[in-house]
Design a protein. Structure first.
Length: 368
């Protein structure tokens, strides 16, 4: 397999942040489907931003982190049911036309001295989680339709509005066909998030708490729950008092969508609540892995997910897979487990960031 070379110019600073995702699941590769005409679902969070911030008490945050593992187990069962034999159309009818790319080199993550990115599948805590560039990645909190609280990961990404977060589709919508009305509520993005038992909410937010506004996800996710081609999303945020916009405050990743699943020197990070054979992850601490991303199933063109060796688990969903140059090429979607939420391998997968990702980033940049 040829690994796409992204170059070796990386910043020691960027390397130290290594981003990760939030909720992992099991997928049956043989039953993957590719969308033919990407479409979008657009929604909005109308709750007053201060009420959203006030909603997140220490008790609700703690409950959200506890629910992350349960979310993963449910996600795995849904994946298995959606990919059972007989549900897939013939391959020749499902191959997407991948002729488009969308690239932004305008990463605002501060880069430092060039160096090689080592192979590091055993996740490590980010050294300076409340400083740039680590704060490009943050914790996402949200409530489901039944009022239960949950958590994910996400990252600031370059757009014209300068107030956009990139994440996994399942971090803002259940993927159950409920359309625009199904988007999760009380969505909050917290860059620099870190546990602090002495703080009123149980965590520090030195870069502010950013309530969501507009939300965009592919209908491949919102209608079909397609983790192979659709599990990505973006939402805009409203600056809290004292901040102008997210990009100027913490920085933003660029992106490279539509260029395939094979990449070298990838950095993956997030806020996992657990991991494969790990007991030191709590959902409050940002971890990262580094290494190569590969095509999850070579020679099977209806599945171009990114496969990445990393032992981060539930809660890391939505965290970015990025190049040393600071370009997002994927987002943590799911992992391998036994269907009951127990990880069975130190592997993370991202949905193919192709036409759907391009449509999402193009649309979210026009919203505020």
């Amino acid at each position: 397999m040829n690994i796409r070379t992204t170059g070796r110019a990386t910043a020691a600073a960027l390397l130290s942040i290594a981003l990760l995702p939030a909720t992992l699941a099991t997928a049956n590769v043989a039953q993957a489907e590719a969308p033919s005409k990407p479409k979008l679902t657009i929604g909005k969070q109308t709750t007053d931003p201060q009420k959203v911030r006030d909603f997140w008490t220490a008790e609700r945050v703690s409950r959200a982190l506890a629910n992350e593992e349960k979310d993963q187990a449910a996600f795995n069962k849904k994946a298995a049911a959606a990919t059972k034999p007989g549900d897939r159309k013939p391959i020749e009818q499902t191959l997407p036309a991948q002729s488009r790319t969308a690239v932004s080199n305008k990463t605002l993550a501060p880069l430092a001295t060039a160096t090689d990115v080592p192979e590091m599948p055993y996740a490590q805590p980010v050294p300076f989680p409340q400083s740039q560039p680590a704060v490009l990645v943050g914790k996402i909190l949200f409530t489901a339709k039944d009022g239960s609280t949950h958590g994910c990961s996400g990252s600031s990404i370059v757009t014209a509005n300068k107030n956009t977060v990139w994440t996994a589709g399942h971090c803002i919508h259940p993927g159950d066909g409920t359309g625009a009305e199904g988007f999760f509520q009380n969505v909050l993005f917290i860059p620099g998030y870190k546990k602090n038992a002495q703080a009123p909410k149980g965590y520090d937010a030195p870069w502010g708490e950013w309530a969501a506004n507009a939300k965009v996800a592919p209908t491949a996710w919102t209608a079909d729950g397609d983790m192979f081609w659709g599990d990505m999303a973006a939402f805009t945020v409203i600056p809290p008092t004292g901040y102008t916009n997210l990009t100027d405050s913490v920085g933003a990743f660029g992106y490279n969508f539509g260029s395939g699943p094979d990449w070298s020197d990838i950095i993956d990070s997030g806020f996992p609540g657990d991991g494969y054979q790990r007991t030191d992850m709590d959902g409050y601490t940002q971890f990262y892995c580094t290494g190569n991303a590969e095509d999850a199933t070579p020679f099977f063109p209806v599945d171009e997910r990114l496969q990445f060796d990393c032992d981060m688990g539930h809660g890391a969903s939505g965290g970015p897979m990025s190049t040393p140059q600071g370009q997002i090429v994927g987002a943590n979607s799911h992992g391998e487990d036994d269907g009951a939420g127990n990880l069975t391998a130190p592997i993370l997968y991202s949905s193919a960031h192709a036409d759907n990702a391009i449509d999402v980033i193009n649309r979210i940049g026009t919203l505020n």
